[in-house]
Design a protein around this ligand. Structure first.
Ligand SMILES: Cc1cc2nc3c(=O)[nH]c(=O)nc-3n(C[C@H](O)[C@H](O)[C@H](O)COP(=O)(O)O)c2cc1C
Length: 219
């Protein structure tokens, strides 16, 4: 696949076919993605790939925590101004495709739960960093490798969704993976073969036109 095509056609996928993803395929994707750039080539990323019963346990544990009202671990999500607006637009676009009305608490709750179940993906990649790296560029580096994973996945016909919902209860992840306390669980990536019939998978999320966010100086 052409590089520009891959960059422009990648979308967050929020429903997957039950078909498992072979371990060898995920391995090839990660083996490509580790060529992502990192600050001072520190390569801070560590991957925990989960599927089968382990992932099932995480999904169930997440839902139990969510329903119990447990504390969510997440960076600040209270956005203001244009950022809040974009967030609202995303939710509106998704809910419209999924035919979820604003006042339909039941459907909204069901939608929320999907994220905590890694959108029912057959596999997920959990990315962690050593806590000794706190305050360094490590989170930026996790971003570069995450995008590389999502793009590489396209080559194998796979869809992905980078998602923090799945790892918002780190105690659940630690319980089922054995990841120790000295590892910061940063993000999860749901991965699998996209369900072509799922309405939200057709979403082309909006983008600010380039001219509104770019300054050209000296040209
Ligand atoms: C750090 C990060 C966290 C995200 N967390 C979630 C999530 O928890 N649930 C979700 O549905 N999408 C999540 N997303 C996906 C974004 O909503 C998505 O990338 C954005 O709406 C743009 O859409 P696109 O990926 O289809 O281009 C996350 C993306 C990033 C980069």
């Amino acid at each position: 696949m052409d590089i520009l095509d891959a960059i422009k056609s990648r979308r967050s996928i929020r429903s997957f076919l039950p078909e498992p993803v072979p371990r060898g395929v995920i391995r090839e994707i990660l083996d490509a993605a580790i060529w992502a750039p990192s600050a001072l080539n520190t390569q801070p990323w560590e991957f925990t790939v989960v599927g089968g019963e382990v992932l099932a346990g995480i999904k169930q544990g997440n839902i139990e925590k969510l329903l119990s009202g447990a504390v969510i671990h997440s960076p600040r999500t209270a956005y203001e101004g244009i950022y809040r607006q974009r967030r609202i637009e995303l939710a509106k676009d998704l809910f419209q495709l999924m035919d979820i009305k604003r006042e339909d608490g039941e459907k909204r709750a069901a939608w929320l739960q999907r994220g905590y179940r890694f959108f029912d993906a057959p596999a997920a990649i959990i990315i962690s960093v050593d806590k000794s790296l706190e305050g360094t560029w490590s989170l930026f580096d996790i971003g570069t490798v995450s995008q590389a994973i999502c793009l590489a996945a396209l080559e194998y016909g796979l869809g992905t969704c980078i998602e923090d919902q799945g790892v918002q209860f780190p105690e659940v992840i630690r319980k089922h993976t054995g990841l120790p306390e000295n590892k910061e669980i940063v993000i999860g990536i749901a991965i699998g073969y996209p369900d072509p019939m799922f309405p939200a998978n057709t979403l082309i999320s909006r983008r600010e036109p380039l001219d509104g966010i770019t300054a050209w100086l000296g040209f």
